[in-house]
Design a protein around this ligand. Structure first.
Ligand SMILES: Nc1nc2c(c(=O)[nH]1)N[C@H]1C(S)=C(S)[C@@H](COP(=O)(O)OP(=O)(O)OC[C@H]3O[C@@H](n4cnc5c(N)ncnc54)[C@H](O)[C@@H]3O)O[C@H]1N2
Ligand code: MOO
Ligand SMILES: [Mg+2]
Length: 421
């Protein structure tokens, strides 16, 4: 008699694997190579920004009090006592009637409290070749000065742990001298495809055979999730060899994903392999489509995922159950897929006994977000995945949906995520 499996709800399944999560490791990498990695520590300002008060303009540093009587018909003259560019430290303190010719980014000289840009100043030399400038406007104290610490105070939290490093984060890291950055170490995900029917991608088609697409798809999902993969190849549906390969692979990776062989078929070997490994099966039947046979098991401190052989089921299984665990290891504080509301772009007439995760893509029209099914909504379908960037969640127990209905959508390309499933 075929084994009867009792389906559990998706939320419960997510919670069961989530309980098995483990902290990831950290490593230091050069700043220049840190794009798309996640910070493994809070970045705290070790100094204020800017560290000295500076000029935002090319112009003259003066004392505002000297301009009190300046006016259209009353230019006030200043003797230019110093000339500094960015990087130079002013040596002269300004006294009444003195100015420093100063360039953008240069430190404000002592005594000065404002900057007059070149555009409002007149310059001239006297008979002794001494430089002067004059101004016909009254200046305010603090006008055109970037004050020390005005951007950031020492001790401020600049970027929290878990943030994905992007160009802006990199600029902050460089500003604070992080030539090496402490990032989450990429977990290594082992990938094994099972199935006697599988051909390599460079092989010609043969009767009854198909090319192995899942291994490449999963590797790409692993990369999209920010982790690394180790591909151990494909296995024929032969118990002894499969067991040996899987047992050895498990030692070399943080998480192991197999695809295929998890259902109740005569050549579905994964249930036997879990038993031989002494692995505890967390679930092997889910109230969802596709991916109802998605399996997760734990052997020692490793999670093994038995994703379905059917491509769409395999794809969805990864995103729902593997990705949050990887995100957690990667220090993402929002490890679950970002869930948004969208309008269904098409009718979806099929009733749903189980929660359905429809491969979809998002479009934006007139300020509204639409979820459009990416193609044929069948577990065995591969081609619709090429257009998928979201999963539309159609809850179980519903009788179909109409275009315009509001639905939940999980975003697959969003790197921020959210705190709960
Ligand atoms: N009697 C029952 N039969 C099936 C059930 C069930 O509950 N009772 N569940 C069905 C569902 S739902 C799914 S999904 C599949 C899951 O099958 P497996 O995970 O055991 O996967 P396989 O049998 O090995 O393969 C299924 C399908 O996928 C193709 N495949 C496998 N590997 C790959 C790969 N690497 N790349 C591309 N395609 C792959 C394979 O050729 C099969 O066509 O079971 C149903 N049956
Ligand atoms: O697991 Mo199957 O994908 O439900 O179709
Ligand atoms: Mg099968």
């Amino acid at each position: 008699m075929v084994e009867m499996r009792k389906p559990i709800q998706v939320k419960e399944a997510v919670a069961r694997v989530w309980e098995q999560r483990q902290e990831g490791n950290t490593t230091y990498i050069p700043l220049i190579e840190s794009d798309n990695r996640r910070l493994a520590e809070d970045i705290i300002a070790a100094h204020p920004v800017p560290t000295f008060s500076k000029s935002p303009y090319d112009g003259f540093a003066i004392r505002s009090e000297d301009t009190v009587h300046a006016g259209r018909n009353n230019p006030i003259s200043f003797k230019v006592v110093e000339h500094i560019g960015a990087g130079q430290v002013p040596q002269k303190q300004l006294h009444a009637g003195e100015a420093t010719r100063i360039m953008t980014g240069a430190q404000i000289p002592a005594g000065a409290d404002c900057i007059a840009m070149f555009e409002i100043c007149q310059t001239y030399e006297d008979d002794h070749k001494e430089s002067y400038m004059s101004i016909k406007r009254k200046m305010e104290s603090g006008q055109n000065i970037i004050e020390e610490g005005s951007e950031v105070a020492k001790g401020d939290l600049l970027v929290p742990k878990g943030t994905l490093i992007n160009p802006g984060v990199k600029a902050v890291l460089a500003t604070f001298g992080y030539s090496q950055v402490k990032v989450a170490k990429k977990p290594i995900v082992g990938i094994i495809a099972t199935g006697t029917e599988l051909l390599d991608v460079d092989e010609d088609l043969q009767p009854g055979k198909i090319r192995n697409s899942n291994a490449y798809m999963i590797a790409s999902q692993v990369v999209r999730a920010g982790a690394d993969y180790h591909y151990f190849g494909k296995l024929k549906d032969e118990l002894e060899e499969s067991y040996q390969t899987i047992a050895k692979a498990l030692d070399q990776v943080d998480i192991l994903i197999t695809t295929g062989g998890v259902s109740v078929g005569d050549f579905d070997l994964m249930p036997d392999i879990y038993e031989r490994l002494g692995a505890e099966v967390l679930f092997n039947k889910l109230a969802m489509r596709p991916g109802s046979v998605t399996t997760a098991a734990v052997a020692g401190d490793k999670i093994l995922y038995g994703l379905s052989g059917n491509p769409s089921a395999c794809y969805v299984g990864f995103e729902l159950y593997v990705r949050p665990i990887l995100q957690h290891k990667l220090a993402n504080q929002k490890p679950f897929l970002k869930r948004i509301k969208a309008k269904l772009a098409n009718d979806f007439p099929k009733p749903n006994p189980f929660t359905r995760f429809v491969r979809s893509y998002i479009t934006y029209d007139d300020g509204l977000v639409y979820a459009k099914p990416a193609g044929i909504d069948k577990s065995n379908v591969v081609t619709s995945l090429a257009h998928t960037d979201a999963l539309t969640v159609l809850p179980g127990g519903t009788r179909g949906f109409k275009a315009g209905d509001e639905v939940d959508v999980l975003l697959l390309d969003d790197q921020e995520g959210q705190c709960e499933f």
